[in-house]
Each structure stands twice: as C-alpha cells, then as structure tokens.
Design a protein around this ligand. Structure first.
Ligand code: SIN
Ligand code: MN
Length: 268
C-alpha cells in the first residue's frame, strides 16, 4: 500500500492519519478472538482494572517467545498495511517494534488516558530521536461516548513538553501537564475525535498530543497500538530499563508477511 502525496503531507502537517476499515471484519474477528483468549491468562505484561479482574492492557502479542504470543498479532505487525505505512512515514525500511499493546477500555467503568506525547515515556527508555510512529487498529467501533482517542492536530510540531508521572490510572505513564495542553489548545485547531468502524486505523507521530476519555457506553472499546522505531534509533543503555514487553530489545529489522497472513496464519 503506497501513500499518496496528499496523505503524506497531511501526516506531516497534522501528526496523524486515519484509514477507515483498513482491516476487514474477518481479520478483526480473529484478532478479537485471540485477545479474548489471551486476557484469561496470568502473565507479566497484563494489567487489570475493576472488580472483575479483566485485563485492561496487555503487551507483546507479536513476539513468539512469550506467554502473550499470538500468531495473528505477529501477522498484523508485519503486513504492508501496518509495517509498510510505518516504513514510508519514517522513510526507512529497517524498523523494529518498541512495543505492541492492546487497550481494552471496559464499558461504563473504563477510565481516561490523560493528554500526553508518547515520546515522554520513550525518551526515558533511552531512545534519542522523537522519530517514531504508532499504528492504532480499532477492534470495535470507536465512538465519542465510548472513550475514543482524541488527537491535537499540529501538536507534534510544537516540540517536547516536559511531562509528569501520572500514577492515578491503572497503567502509569508520563502525561503532559494540563497548563501546557491548554496553552497549545489556544493556538491549534480543535482536537479531532478518532472514531470509526472496526478495522479502522489511525497512525500518529510520537510527539502528537493525544488522550481519551471515560467509556460511558455499554460497549467495551478495544484498540491495538503497534509502535515502530528505526533500528538505528534503538534505545541506549540506561539504568533500570523497563521490561522487554514495553521496551523491546529485539532490534532486528522486521520483514513483511503477506497481507492475508492474519487470516491464513501463514507466517513463513
Ligand atoms: C495511549 O495513548 O497509550 C492509550 C490511549 C487509549 O487507548 O485511549
Ligand atoms: Mn499514547
């Protein structure tokens, strides 16, 4: 899949791109069934919230040597529609995956992700250049009432905002102070709600400010995040690195699998 010049320019200008239903229902069903299987297990890299103890976030479904492995997620991470677009946006054929995660925001109970730039965390992982892209795939319909993602267009061009450690949510991370977000909102276009049918994809820059609200709907909101980095931009050694499921040390260039490999399960 080759990006048009208009798509490339829009990404550079806005810091994100949306592709409605880039993955079809058969692919989404397979990924959903696999997520359902994996969230029953107990493993490092699975975070739970609420009384039912169901997983809210899980990591590392794409690597064969771990408990959360799923061949369908490996295929997803290597299709021309995911890896191929990331290669074009980063203008580099040699990419690896910093991490792969699935956020399952439960109906009614699922809570917010505060405004943040992903590079706030990734810089602390030892990555030097804020030149990374995330491919987000919707596994169900994303709606505003359901706590969809919001992007602040053009915010990736405003540099780095010094983050604070947000520990009020189940998955703790570096968020952007409200004062800084409000200041940017004075000058930038309104935040865009990233809504869409299952299989819709949003691709965004690691400095694009994004957030999501409470899920007030009766339906869960499941979204996959595939975070690609250049092999040459892999993290440097740091003290107390985060675990491999969130800060991968597999810096081998990823190779393509066929576009139909999620369905065929042919990973050769
Ligand atoms: C994230 O930005 O890491 C997650 C946001 C979300 O799933 O709503
Ligand atoms: Mn994020």
């Amino acid at each position: 899949m080759i990006l048009t010049a208009e798509q490339y320019d829009a990404y550079i200008r806005d810091g994100f791109l949306v592709f409605p239903e880039l993955f079809d229902q058969a692919e989404v069903n397979i990924l959903r069934n696999e997520a359902d299987r994996l969230r029953q297990i107990d493993a490092e890299g699975i975070f739970r919230e609420g009384n039912d103890g169901m997983a809210k976030t899980m990591f590392r479904m794409h690597e064969p040597d771990g408990p959360t492995y799923s061949p369908a997620y490996r295929a997803l991470s290597r299709t021309p529609r995911s890896l191929g677009i990331a290669q074009q946006l980063l203008q580099d054929e040699n990419l690896y995956m910093h991490h792969c995660k699935l956020n399952m925001k439960p109906a009614i109970d699922g809570t917010v992700w505060h405004w943040h730039q992903d590079f706030g965390s990734w810089q602390r992982d030892g990555i030097r250049k804020p030149e990374m892209v995330t491919v987000m795939v919707m596994l169900d319909e994303a709606t505003e009432i359901g706590g969809c993602l919001y992007m602040l267009p053009g915010s990736h061009l405003k540099g780095r905002f010094d983050p604070y450690f947000e520990d009020s949510t189940v998955y703790k991370f570096y968020a952007t102070p409200s004062m800084m977000v409000k200041e940017q909102m004075k000058y930038l276009s309104d935040p865009v709600a990233i809504t869409g049918k299952p299989g819709t994809v949003a691709i965004f820059d690691c400095n694009t400010l994004h957030a999501s609200g409470h899920n007030l709907s009766a339906k869960d909101r499941w979204q996959i995040y595939l975070c690609y980095n250049r092999c040459t931009n892999h993290p440097i050694d740091i003290d107390d690195p985060r675990p491999d499921y969130v800060r991968s040390t597999n810096w081998e260039p990823m190779t393509f699998l066929n576009n139909d490999s999620i369905v065929t399960k042919d990973l050769s």
